[in-house]
Ligand binder design. Structure first.
Ligand code: CP3
Length: 368
């Protein structure tokens, strides 16, 4: 498939900016590091140009395209980290499901799971190194082409979020089809969540072997669950993934920080801070000071400006950023948004956000 076979995950260029990795480990670098979820996205004209006329998942399967899309935002803004261009839905595809990205509709499964018997349609044993090899190649290529400018983050969807897509077949407001399984078929739900967790562990370990320097787990649909369901159907798998990935990496003498982003799971902040992740990423519904109090210095925090605050004039963005930094403090903190950038956002305002984080944090650190 690829002409990249000669690119091996070794001899990567030396890392020049490690502020993100140090903050993830609880340190206070010379400035607060910043990156944005969906920093590679349609808000950039150069992104739209590469994506134009191409199928979304074909783009994901091209290591050259993934590398280029990952690097684009770094050419414009002094971000302190990059995230590999890919998608969480490559896992259901690797398990044998067909997913398309339809314009104006988003991800769409041809034949979603309807009843527990449908689990038999999924591949019992997924050969991750074969099925998701194109992601590993994209990571290795990008690690070389990024020239050590900033660290490269690998990622995955968490089991519950992937399960909900596999049953809903796409976006949903109620997620009632997926939640129906939790209440009606709890055993089959656990079976599916376990299958997903097993694939995810292999996938994350493979991403580090390919060159990822940190890992983020997206539980984007945590907020659809309440605390009781979250404790039964999400948290145990998030914990299990972090523990197994860390054990596997340790055997190979590797160690990378892991980030958990359970969107809208403010009810579970204490539990998330004790779930084996170095960093808990927050959406904008959580007050920075209360997040610090509730996590008690056990983890670094990432987030959490409302992405829509980027629609404000630049001076106001700067003010919002300063308040956010004062709330979180400058140690063990990675600035980000509470969710991804939207396609209609002005790149200039994203630049203003990044500059404000750097400028205000340098001042705050100096004043200490
Ligand atoms: O820059 C980055 O953040 C890295 C790339 C990235 C993408 N998807 C690229 C993408 C990441 C980290 C994701 C994760 C992802 N994908 C999540 C978890 C994060 C979150 O948003 O909560 C989810 C839920 C998905 C599933 C998905 N993929 C959705 C809901 C959509 C949007 C569909 C739409 O029409 O807006 C996608 C498509 C997608 N994935 C885009 C990008 C840049 C936009 C579509 C395109 O490029 O054509």
């Amino acid at each position: 498939m690829s002409d990249n076979n000669f690119i091996l995950p070794k001899d990567f260029p030396e890392l020049k900016n490690d502020t993100f990795l140090r903050a993830a480990r609880g340190e206070e670098p010379e400035h607060v590091p910043v990156w944005c979820m969906r920093q590679a996205g349609r808000y950039l004209p150069e992104f739209r140009e590469i994506r134009a006329g191409k199928d979304f998942f074909d783009t994901c399967r091209s290591p050259e395209n993934c590398c280029e899309l990952t690097l684009q935002p770094l050419r414009r803004f002094p971000f302190d980290a990059s995230i590999i261009f890919s998608d969480i839905l490559v896992i259901p595809q690797a398990m044998g499901m067909e997913v398309q990205m339809l314009t104006g509709k988003g991800p769409t499964f041809t034949d979603p799971l309807k009843e527990p018997e449908d689990l038999q349609r999924l591949r019992a044993k997924v050969d991750v190194s074969k099925e998701l090899d194109y992601v590993f190649k994209a990571i290795t290529l990008t690690r070389h082409k990024i020239e050590g400018k900033v660290p490269l983050i690998g990622f995955t969807g968490a089991p519950w979020t992937l399960m909900s897509y596999m049953i809903e077949g796409g976006g949903s407001t109620t997620h009632s089809k997926a939640k129906r399984w939790l209440y009606r078929h709890p055993d089959s739900s656990h079976m599916l969540l376990k299958m997903l967790a097993d694939v995810i562990v292999e996938y994350l370990v493979g991403q580090v072997a390919a060159g990822a320097q940190a890992l983020q787990v997206f539980e984007s649909h945590a907020g659809i669950l309440g605390p009781v369901e979250f404790r039964e159907f999400s948290l145990p798998y998030l914990r299990d993934i972090a523990r197994r990935v860390k054990d596997r990496l340790k055997e190979k003498g590797q160690d990378v920080p892991m980030i958990v982003f359970a969107k809208d799971a403010h009810y579970a902040l204490e539990e998330l801070s004790e779930s084996h992740y170095e960093v808990v990423s927050l959406d904008w519904t959580i007050d920075p000071r209360s997040a610090r109090d509730r996590t008690g210095g056990k983890v670094s925090l990432q987030g959490n400006m409302d992405p829509c605050a980027l629609y404000a004039p630049k001076e106001q963005i700067s003010d919002t950023v300063r308040k956010m930094l004062e709330g979180f403090g400058t140690r063990g903190y990675i600035a980000n948004l509470g969710h991804g950038l939207y396609p209609d956002m002005d790149p200039e305002n994203i630049g203003a956000f990044v500059d404000a984080v750097h400028q205000h944090s340098k001042l705050l650190i100096k004043q200490k």
